[in-house]
Design a binder for this molecule. Structure first.
Ligand code: UD1
Ligand code: CA
Length: 437
């Protein structure tokens, strides 16, 4: 616990008007995980965090509910009304009274920030013994960002928001990434000095920089190497762009680890999915949520793996197969057109084409489990109505609806008996010719 000495403040109270959505901005998902979840994971991933304080406002109840369910080291603090980023951080004061040390401020809408970067940022801030460090980046098109204004000797002077900037300042390409570290004890008292006499009538967190410098304390900028990390989400277009960037990053990492991805452009894999080496991912595969997939598997083309799949080694998940919250042990095949949800499949199971695990009771709105043990087989187009178990090496015939448990080594058939009407067609034709009915 010795290392966990930093407290983070995550700004997540803003409305996100440009999302044109009823959902609070930070709850918009990428692969079923809200943007805020990515930020919390990145912050916690530094290994330096004692606690996260999430500043909530717009959609506070929903955001708070998510935070409570998602992590046990975060608390929410309400900011109403939202009077600017400076006011937002100041809201954390009552929770920081006893705290001595570094506060990290991040925004809840920048899901691409990486733990490694935040860790280096915090460590640089502490090593340089600065009172405050702000993360900056060099942008060819810096429009809409706050600009980092430096003195002639290159030292940091202040941050000026675009809306308050003159044409000289607007030409500055170094922008404020919106991520800060500061020493709580020396910087927090300055928040009470913030004024809102600016173009937006808000209390700007950015004004803290000039205040720190005015007091003769050390403030520096840390320049980010990879600009995409601070890509902020303001619109649905941004959400799609972030998904692409995140995906390229995830796929590149998986390929480096020995996963074969035939066409990375069409393969979407959530960063919370682990995949073993020599597994081949064919085109048009979508994998969201937290999953593990072993080695030597073949996934796709056109497969959909949702949250909570635990897939062993040498498993085949073929085309038009959907897997959700299921354990699939090694050497098992689900090759075509099947839905496997809330299920446990043993080893050497073969799931015939078009098998459905019917896991949902729409009356009671509950989900129940299907268990298919080692060596069992399902025939094509069979429906297993959960809760149901097929024991070891049992078989179900094609087209069967299975509503009862099947014992080991048994064959189960549940379909109308086959009838063949000999010469039916010729007789029907004859009747037609004689005008008979
Ligand atoms: C802010 C910075 C700007 C920087 C940019 C980087 C200020 C004044 N400006 O501008 O210099 O380049 O971020 O993206 O800080 N929020 C609250 N409560 C509020 C206002 C905002 O929690 O009262 C939250 C928002 O939800 C958001 C974050 O703070 O997560 C940033 O707010 P936003 O309005 O997006 O700031 P920008 O105008 O982009
Ligand atoms: Ca703003």
């Amino acid at each position: 616990m010795e290392n966990k000495k930093v407290i983070s403040v995550v700004l997540a109270a803003g409305k996100g008007t440009r999302m044109k959505s009823n959902l609070p901005k930070v709850l918009h998902p990428i692969y079923s995980k809200p943007l805020l979840g990515y930020v919390i994971d990145a912050v916690n991933g530094t290994g330096l965090i004692r606690e996260n304080i999430v500043i909530v406002g717009h959609g506070a109840e929903e955001v708070e509910k998510f935070v409570k369910e998602y992590t046990n080291n975060a608390i929410c603090k309400l900011q109403t009304p939202q009077r600017g980023t400076g006011d937002a951080v100041a809201k954390a004061e009552s929770l920081l009274k006893e705290f001595k040390g570094t506060v990290l401020v991040v925004c809840g809408d920048t899901p691409l920030i990486r733990s490694e970067t935040l860790k280096d940022f915090i460590e640089t801030h502490e090593k340089n013994k600065s009172a405050l460090t702000v993360m900056s980046a060099i942008f060819d098109n810096p429009a809409n960002y706050g600009r980092i204004v430096r003195n002639e000797d290159g030292s940091l002077k202040c941050i000026t928001e675009e809306k308050d900037a003159d044409s000289t300042i607007k030409r500055i390409k170094e922008i404020n990434a919106g991520i800060y570290c500061f020493d709580k004890e020396v910087v927090f008292p300055l928040f009470s000095e913030l004024k809102c006499n600016n173009a937006q009538g808000e209390y700007y967190l950015t004004d803290i920089v000039a205040k720190v410098i005015e007091k003769g304390m050390k403030a520096e900028a840390y320049t980010l190497k990879n600009n995409e990390e601070i890509f902020g989400i303001n619109s649905k277009t941004n959400l799609a762009q972030a998904t692409k960037i995140l995906n390229a990053r995830t796929n590149a990492k998986l390929m480096e680890e020995g996963v074969t991805i035939v066409d990375p452009e069409t393969v979407y894999i959530s960063p919370d999915t682990a995949i073993g080496k020599d597994t081949i991912i064919f085109p048009n595969v979508y994998i969201s949520g937290k999953n593990t997939i072993g080695t030597n598997c073949k996934i796709g083309p056109f497969a959909h793996i949702r949250d909570g799949a635990e897939i062993g080694n040498n498993v085949r998940i073929g085309n038009f197969v959907e897997i959700k919250k299921s354990i699939i042990k090694s050497n098992t095949n689900v090759s075509h057109l099947s839905y496997i949800g809330d299920s446990e499949l043993g080893e050497h199971v073969n799931i015939g084409a078009g098998t459905i695990t019917a896991n949902y009771d729409p009356v009671l709105k509950t989900k129940t489990k299907t268990i298919i043990k080692d060596g069992a087989n399902t025939g094509s187009n069979s429906v297993l109505v959960a809760p149901v178990t097929m024991q070891e090496n049992s078989m179900c015939a094609a087209g069967s609806v299975i509503t009862k448990d099947v014992e080991a080594n048994a064959l189960v058939i549940n379909r109308a008996p086959l009838k063949i009407f000999k010469d039916w067609v010729t007789e029907r034709l004859k009747k037609g010719e004689s005008g008979g009915k």
